[in-house]
Design a protein around this ligand. Structure first.
Ligand code: NA7
Length: 541
């Protein structure tokens, strides 16, 4: 069994950053990765049209000014292949690959109480002993798909957006179905519509979407960003979502209607996600939200030529951004094509798959390819798949049976030295995850260094602190409209999943301040103990 200081699980953006950072403080580190390639979700989500809906210059690492200067993004919103090339470049540039084991899926991690170390076992029986276990498993990495009667009898091909095949899928002359209209379904629709003979989009919930306003990055733009990159990063870190948008301090309800229309117009034309910050109360007050939702509905409706489709595609049943909206490139316009059809699942649900396609309550559709763009078991899916066993043989599944609990979203009582990156209880999917990943990993690495310098063996969340943090996460969520809609933020995406609000909605700046205060005050709410087992709180670093 190999002995390590830090075992990192997952080689996506978080895992690579963790490897570089922990290596940088002199720890012996290894990354294990289940797939045959690095990149995490950006390795797997290779569906047509896949791109990031955070701007490229912000969805990238900030730890190396040299890397920032040398990498040239080609588009405002990078495509999946370009992001993967960036990840590969980072891995080579920082010589990361030598400490990454591919094709190595963690089956279990068991905390050995006597040794105060984690024993990690892979599915094929290899083992490692590590002082620290760093979980970089992703928030949207465990796919979910419905299982329809007759699915196995379907003679065509079934593909999930989140585990896209590596071979080229040819749509020429094919009849294609897309089930699901979240970001994945909305991104792939216009691209597949151009290539396939016929495309049917199965929609359960009409989703809001802001146009991406994507464009090539000119040399002047590239130069301008790179001349002030540090400032741009600072602005991102200090903005609520890590995207760099400054929220408008004015209430949407106080702005005169003509002026508000102009503000929304500007946001619609250029801001993408930033639309939600056009006024500070869009996500806090239903009447304020209504003004934004009304504008977006009008704009969406104006893109759709057929009145019956307009009625179905315009979102109505939830507040704007209470569920994750999309940032699209021609989604609604695709329905103006003759070869694109909408199947409304609220009107006519899927009854079964047949050998030739899909039977709904209304009719039989024939397909060659069916794409599930049905999303993920978010936040907890990947954390609860392996057997993670803490003190006293308690599993993380048992501990989180009623929903995830943690102190500050980073540590769990009963699971010493287990570091969760971008997990529930942290801003995670409510933020530009690149900002969140880097903040948390830097915090973890300083904690690990402090522990080493002070001869401490374990850090562990205290139960009472966990209760207080979960209560705080809920209090912050209650201030928003997030609780008014069913979404993957609150466990509604998987039947039977505990219905609790998982991300921290207090913003990346507020969250960073909480982490920094915790560090400055000697990690209250965590017990830091020397190997002897005698509990002592570490003095402030
Ligand atoms: P999402 O955003 O979770 O979207 C999943 C979509 O699939 C959504 O439209 C769902 O409808 C639909 N869905 C899920 N299950 C079903 C069933 N059983 N039948 C019909 N339709 C279904 O996942 P994405 O992959 O699009 O995006 C994930 C994230 O990636 C995104 O949020 C960004 O962060 C990037 P529903 O709305 O639940 O009615």
């Amino acid at each position: 069994m190999d002995t390590l200081d830090v075992l990192i699980v997952g080689a996506g953006f978080a895992g690579l950053r963790a490897l570089h950072t922990f290596r940088g403080i002199g720890e012996k580190v290894l990354v294990i990765e289940a797939s045959d390639g690095i990149g995490g979700v950006w390795y797997h989500n290779g569906y047509p049209g896949a791109r990031c809906d955070v701007e490229s210059y912000d969805y990238s690492y900030s730890f190396s000014p040299e890397l920032e200067q040398e990498w040239r993004w080609s588009e405002r919103y990078a495509t999946q292949p370009e992001i993967l090339r960036y990840i590969e470049h980072v891995a080579d540039r920082f010589d990361l690959r030598k400490d990454i084991l591919l094709n190595t899926r963690m089956a279990s991690a068991v905390f050995d109480e006597a040794a105060e170390r984690w024993t990690v076992t892979s599915q094929d029986g290899r083992q490692w002993s590590a002082k620290h276990l760093v979980l970089c498993l992703g928030q949207l990495s465990t796919t979910k798909a419905p299982a329809y009667p007759g699915q196995e009898s379907f003679k065509g091909r079934i593909i999930h957006s989140g585990v896209w095949p590596k071979d080229k899928v040819d749509y020429t002359g094919k009849r294609v179905a897309i089930i699901g209209t979240g970001s994945s379904g909305m991104q792939m629709t216009p691209v597949i519509a151009r290539e396939a003979a016929h495309l049917t989009v199965f929609q359960r919930t009409a989703n809001y979407s802001i146009p991406a306003a994507n464009a090539p990055v000119t040399d002047e733009e590239d130069k301008a960003v790179k001349a002030n990159y540090a400032e741009r990063r600072l602005q991102a870190r200090n903005s609520p979502t890590g995207l760099g948008f400054k929220p408008n301090r004015v209430s949407a309800l106080d702005a005169p209607p003509e002026e508000r229309e102009k503000v929304y117009e500007a946001a619609w034309n250029r801001w993408g996600f930033g639309f939600a910050l056009a006024y500070f109360d869009i996500l806090l007050s239903k009447p304020a939200n209504d003004t934004a939702a009304d504008f977006i509905r009008r704009r969406i409706a104006a893109k759709i030529e057929k009145p019956d489709l307009r009625e179905k595609l315009v979102p109505k049943d939830h507040a704007f951004a209470a569920r994750r909206p999309s940032v699209d490139s021609g989604y609604f316009e695709a329905f103006n094509r003759d070869n694109v059809e909408l199947a409304d699942l609220r009107e006519a649900p899927i009854v079964a798959f047949t050998a030739n396609g899909i039977r709904t309550a209304a009719k039989d559709h024939s397909f060659d390819i069916v794409i599930f763009a049905t999303g993920f078991d978010a936040f907890t899916g990947s954390l609860l798949k392996p057997d993670i066993v803490g003190r006293g043989g308690v599993t993380l599944k048992e501990k989180w049976a009623a929903g995830p609990v943690s102190q500050l979203g980073v540590g769990v009582h009963g699971f010493p030295n287990m570091h969760i990156v971008c997990g529930p209880g942290s801003p995670s999917l409510l933020s530009n995850v690149m900002v969140s990943i880097e903040e948390q990993i830097d915090w973890f690495s300083r904690l690990v260094r402090t522990m080493r310098e002070k001869g401490l063996s374990t850090f562990e969340a205290e139960e009472e602190a966990e209760r207080a943090w979960v209560a705080h996460v809920n209090e912050r969520a209650k201030e928003t409209l997030y609780l008014t809609a069913d979404s993957y933020y609150n466990g509604a995406e998987v039947a039977g999943k505990p219905r609790v609000f998982m991300p921290y909605s207090g913003g990346v700046r507020g969250y960073r301040r909480i982490l920094e205060r915790s560090e400055a005050e000697g990690y209250p709410g965590f017990k830091l103990s020397p190997k002897t087992g005698s509990a002592t709180r570490a003095p402030a670093a």
